[in-house]
Design a protein around this ligand. Structure first.
Ligand SMILES: [Zn+2]
Length: 73
């Protein structure tokens, strides 16, 4: 199932996440993968979640970035 949903929330604390950590929107399940980046916001591949621009929000549902959950592989 989706156990990773409960692994922990980002909550604005960048120290919780590594440069290659993927995070998942708790509203729509969109996953931000640093290896892929984000075409919607024109974020280049290799951009860590913590380095996303301040205006970044979920490209699918416009949810606040602080609502993203760490995907624990
Ligand atoms: Zn979303």
């Amino acid at each position: 199932m989706r156990d990773e949903f409960f692994a922990g929330s980002y909550g604005g604390d960048a120290s919780k996440i590594a440069d290659n950590t993927r995070l998942e929107c708790k509203i729509c399940w969109y996953v931000y993968d640093p290896a892929v980046g984000d075409e919607y916001w024109q974020v280049p591949p290799g951009t860590p979640f913590a380095a996303l621009p301040d205006h970044w929000s979920c490209p699918e549902c416009d949810s606040d970035r602080n609502g993203f959950m760490v995907v624990d592989d």
